[in-house]
Design a protein around this ligand. Structure first.
Ligand code: ADP
Length: 268
């Protein structure tokens, strides 16, 4: 079974602005073959970080966006029917184990717990992936690295990682970067002037103070980049802020008014 490894290789250096010593810590975890859990709100730079690390370490990257309909077979693989009969197709986790890729399971708590347990044999000293239906035991390549992301903010009793899963990972906490760094990120990613980025970041900072006070999650760095891109594309800043910062985070008219007031203050 041959896999086109090239398709998973990150050829161009992703732009990543380090926030602390996360690069060194991730490298040390990889060297120790320690599975890594990235914890933090959505849109704060976790995926970009993983892409950057895959590029820096020269490893292929296989990303899986997890969801509740995902089954263990979606990760492991399954038999497919074709004109010649049945054919086994590896799932992304099995492919990653075979080729020594970084396997990034994004938003892993979205997957049902019976799905997540398939990562267990890969995350202990055995580093194996049993393909029970096929009768094969895949020994993970030394380069294989499992990374999961998880947003503790969305945590609920139903959707949490089992302790037996959790305790297999080293964890790295991510959060929205300090205002000066976030401004740099927004200016770079959206191609707007630092003065514009500073104002957008100020809106997000205010929204993040409303978390738990009617807002589930504050405005993310990703949304700030979107707002910046709209402004760079010629949309008036207030309109861009409404479209990219306010509307996406709340449907509640009162909360939207509060956020628009913050927009007007910060853009004035
Ligand atoms: P997450 O995976 O945490 O949901 P992403 O990694 O997709 O978030 O981040 C969203 C966007 O924010 C990225 O596409 C990138 O433009 C920007 N971003 C956030 N933090 C950084 C950072 N430290 N360096 C570079 N870009 C960043």
């Amino acid at each position: 079974m041959s896999v086109d490894v090239e398709q998973y290789q990150i050829r161009r250096q992703p732009w990543y602005r380090p926030v602390g010593n996360e690069i060194e810590r991730f490298e040390a975890a990889c060297a120790a073959r320690m599975p890594v859990m990235l914890k933090g709100p959505t849109g704060c730079g976790k995926s970009r970080f993983v892409e950057y690390m895959a590029w820096k370490l020269g490893r292929p990257l296989i990303t899986v966006a997890c969801n509740e309909d995902m089954t263990a077979a979606d990760l492991v693989g399954r038999f497919l029917l074709d004109i010649n009969g049945t054919r086994w197709q590896d799932g992304p986790l099995t492919t990653a184990a075979r080729i020594g890729a970084i396997c990034y399971l994004d938003e892993v708590v979205e997957a049902r717990q019976d799905t997540t347990v398939v990562i267990h044999p890969l995350t202990d000293h055995r580093r194996v992936m049993p393909l029970e239906k096929k009768g094969e035991l895949v020994q993970a390549d030394p380069g294989f690295q499992l990374v999961i992301s998880y947003n503790p903010g969305y945590q609920s009793l139903m959707k949490d990682l089992k302790p037996s899963t959790r305790q297999r990972f080293g964890a790295m906490d991510f959060d929205f970067p300090a205002a000066a760094i976030e401004t740099e990120v927004v200016a770079h990613e959206a191609g707007v002037a630092p003065e514009v980025a500073t104002r957008l970041v100020a809106i997000a900072t205010r929204s993040r103070n409303l978390k738990g006070h009617g807002l589930d999650e504050g405005i993310s760095t990703r949304l700030l980049v979107y707002a910046g891109q709209l402004i760079a594309g010629g949309i008036a800043p207030r309109e861009a802020a409404e479209m990219a910062l306010v509307s996406p985070v709340s449907d509640d008219p009162d909360m939207r008014d509060t956020l628009m007031a913050a927009v007007d203050t910060c853009l004035a």
